[in-house]
Design a protein around this ligand. Structure first.
Ligand SMILES: C[S@@+](CC[C@H](N)C(=O)[O-])C[C@H]1O[C@@H](n2cnc3c(N)ncnc32)[C@H](O)[C@@H]1O
Length: 315
């Protein structure tokens, strides 16, 4: 699926050629699309979106080596990598797996915010928040505790779907997201006491120890390669007895990979290790898919981990 992201070259003629090339790409006339996008690049040599499209077309044509060259030009022309060419390089094995560029996540969701809920909920049957809510309810029921929380942090809160699912069980919701447009939508929903545009790890680092009793991450860990730092900070800000509940995409191999949809997929063992490394106890880990792609459930996990109360040492 070609990327829908676009950053103008600043040259009207080059932008026009890019648009025609995109039409041809969508119609499947790849050689003609490649010719036209090369003409756009001739007019605007630092045209990131055009280099990126050339990479996509070359991939579709089966020429990964030339695709890599084009993606490298895309990253060189925009070191912040708003287009996410670095992820394509990782997926093609031409760059080591590393973190998701923040500028890419922000641009992706800023451009997506207006149609996010329709695209995700209606088209991809997104069910992450409901899965998390069900998982938290069952963990609390097993512990014979009510599923009520005083203060919750929603990591990668997006437009606020998780706050909607948990609305009746949480007194005060705090949301954090990299995308200002997604935060605007969340703010309009009126469910959060506080919302911040920030990276989730940076935000957690500003929070006091033992200050919340629930941390949620619905379909947000798919944008985090290394779970350990986020889980470590979540464990620190949780009160004893508090819960971290999250979804991830997963795969049958080892470690972390970047999938077709340019989201990370974490192997079950890697999720278990990150939870244990943060000093949390896994209360629930189930194979559950949070969304479909091409009509098929994407392999996923839903997990709830608890911060156990420190054991008292009888003397
Ligand atoms: C697929 S959306 C899910 C939104 C919401 N949790 C839901 O269930 O509808 C993922 C969200 O995570 C945000 N995100 C990704 N990486 C992030 C990071 N490092 N820090 C903060 N937000 C992040 C994105 O901007 C996006 O809004």
């Amino acid at each position: 699926m070609p990327s829908r992201m676009f950053f103008s070259s600043g040259d009207l003629m080059a932008d026009r050629r890019f648009e025609f090339a995109r039409d041809l790409q969508l119609k499947g006339d790849l050689p003609a699309a490649a010719d036209l996008v090369l003409q756009a690049i001739e007019l605007a040599p630092d045209f990131t979106s055009a280099w990126f499209m050339l990479g996509e077309i070359r991939e579709e044509l089966g020429d990964n080596e030339l695709a890599v060259a084009a993606y490298r030009k895309a990253t060189a022309s925009d070191p912040d990598d708003r287009q996410g060419a670095g992820l394509r390089l990782m997926r093609l094995g031409a760059a080591p797996l590393s973190g998701m560029p923040h500028a890419y996540v922000q641009a992706l969701f800023d451009q997506y915010a207006r149609r996010f809920e329709v695209a995700l909920v209606d088209d991809l049957l997104y069910r992450g928040p409901e899965l998390l809510f069900g998982a938290v309810l069952s963990v609390r029921a097993a512990a014979r505790k009510p599923a009520f929380f005083k203060r919750a942090i929603d990591l990668g809160c997006g437009t606020g779907l998780a706050a909607t699912a948990f609305a009746r069980g949480v007194d005060e919701f705090v949301g954090v997201d990299l995308s200002p447009r997604m935060i605007e939508r969340a703010r309009a929903g009126g469910l959060y006491a506080r919302l911040e545009v920030a990276d989730m790890l940076d935000f957690l680092r500003t929070q006091p120890d033992a200050s919340v009793d629930l941390v949620l991450a619905a379909d947000a860990m798919v944008y985090v390669a290394d779970l350990a730092p986020v889980f470590g900070e979540a464990a620190r800000v949780l009160m004893p007895g508090g819960l971290l509940a999250f979804t991830t995409e997963t795969h049958r191999g080892d470690g972390v990979i970047i999938g077709e949809g340019l989201r990370y997929a974490h192997a079950t063992a890697c999720v278990r290790a990150a939870v244990a490394g943060a000093g949390l106890a896994l209360s629930l880990l189930e194979d559950r898919s949070a969304r479909n792609e091409d009509g098929v459930p994407v392999p996923g996990l839903v997990a709830v981990a608890a911060k156990t109360a420190p054991s008292t040492n009888p003397s």
